[in-house]
Design a protein around this ligand. Structure first.
Ligand SMILES: Nc1nc2c(ncn2[C@@H]2O[C@H](COP(=O)(O)OP(=O)(O)OP(=O)(O)O)[C@@H](O)[C@H]2O)c(=O)[nH]1
Ligand SMILES: [Mg+2]
Length: 365
């Protein structure tokens, strides 16, 4: 197992209203990002002019055996505002945990490829950061990554939250999608949280806004209708060769997923602004020759001394908890015993520092 080797396997862990009236119903933008960004200066709102009008491109290697007749293959961008369940859905479709998940918005920061190869199709899911009115440089880069993925995809699956489908961010996405040139599907997620009778009017309203090929109510956590959704996605994919070998799951390195698992635990255990101010880097990854054991050194970056204190916790207890749970998941992921050494360092204002963003792999250019 090489440190930068592409990951090939990951063990399974386990109303008939008029639309003109509707604009008023788009709710006030949620304050999640504002809460994190009080001390950042205002920058212009994100606009999504032409990102989606370029049409599909080819990503990744194309060398592959000939497909059988009618074989479908293509990139499916999962897009939506933060927290609607994009990563949860991708993990469910893949049958394993690839993207990290949290109840807090803006968890995913990169485009993450998840490959699913079936006898009749290869589905190349692109999980993406939530699209929102971003102000901080990091957030703007995240939104850019999402729009870029949508611009490169053969098919776009927009996800909304059945409980709260008409936020300002959803409106922003709807406008951007008007320029899309590939088939558009809509998944209305979290239907386990709403009454069934609310769904038909909701579907009708979305149907009038954009020419969706399909609108599918689903529950990514419960699995409701997810198989049906997958069948429909395959229907609208183009015919073609598989892009990746059938045992390949993603194009990201082990180091990337290890850093993400550590970041997920910070999201889980730390609150308020901390998860947003954290970046994780794996500094070293050494396999011991004498026994199956991997020694990993990783740094958790925060922006302020006060945040460092919180992540370390009284008597180092918080860091210990983060390390313990992260180590267990990394062991399941690598299938081997792991020694995990964690450090916490301050890197002031890294979220608006281009150099830091490049270093942490968040910069798009
Ligand atoms: N009840 C319910 N909760 C869901 C469902 N799908 C996702 N969730 C929850 O919604 C929260 C956000 O899920 P994520 O998958 O991280 O959402 P995301 O769209 O990837 O979020 P970002 O990465 O921040 O853009 C988590 O707490 C999930 O457990 C669902 O179908 N039903
Ligand atoms: Mg996500």
């Amino acid at each position: 197992m090489g440190t930068e080797e592409e990951l090939r396997r990951w063990p399974t862990d386990g109303s008939e209203e008029e639309m003109d009236e509707e604009d008023e119903e788009w709710e006030e933008e949620e304050d999640d990002e504002e809460a994190q960004e009080e001390d950042w200066e205002e920058e212009e709102d994100e606009t999504f002019d032409d990102e989606l009008s370029t049409g599909p491109e080819t990503l990744g290697p194309t060398e592959a055996p000939l497909p059988r007749e009618g074989f479908k293959a293509g990139f499916i961008a999962l897009i939506g505002r933060p927290n609607v369940g994009k990563s949860t859905l991708m993990n469910r479709l893949l049958g394993r945990k690839l993207s990290i998940i949290s109840p807090k918005p803006q968890t995913t920061r990169h485009r993450i490829l998840g490959v699913k190869t079936l006898p009749q199709a290869q589905l190349l899911f692109l999980d993406t950061p939530g699209i929102h009115r971003a102000q901080v440089l990091l957030n703007r880069e995240m939104v850019k990554a999402a729009l870029k993925a949508a611009g490169e995809a053969d098919l776009i699956l927009w996800m909304v939250d059945a409980e709260d489908p008409f936020t300002d961010d959803d409106q922003l996405i709807l406008e951007a999608l008007q320029k899309a040139r590939v088939p558009l599907l809509l998944a209305i997620n979290k239907v386990d949280l709403v009454k069934k009778e609310t769904l038909l009017p909701l579907i009708e309203r979305f149907r009038q806004r954009l020419p969706f090929k399909e609108i599918v109510p689903i529950s990514a956590t419960e699995g409701d209708n997810v198989e049906r959704l997958e069948e429909l996605l395959i229907t609208y994919l183009p015919e073609g060769h598989p892009f990746y070998p059938e045992d390949q799951l993603t194009d990201r390195s082990e180091r990337f997923f290890i850093a993400e698992l550590i970041r997920e635990k910070v999201h889980h255990f730390c609150h308020q602004e901390i998860p947003y101010a954290v970046a994780v880097e794996v500094e070293s990854f050494k396999e011991r020759k004498e026994r199956p054991l991997v020694e990993i050194q990783a740094t958790i970056y925060v922006e302020k001394d006060s945040q460092k204190g919180i992540v370390i916790g009284a008597g180092g207890r918080m860091l210990k908890k983060i390390g313990e749970i992260a180590r267990q998941e990394i062991e399941a992921f690598l299938g081997t015993q792991v020694f995990l050494h964690l450090w916490v360092k301050v890197r002031p204002a890294w979220r608006k520092d281009e150099h830091a963003l490049k270093e942490f792999g968040y910069f798009q250019r």
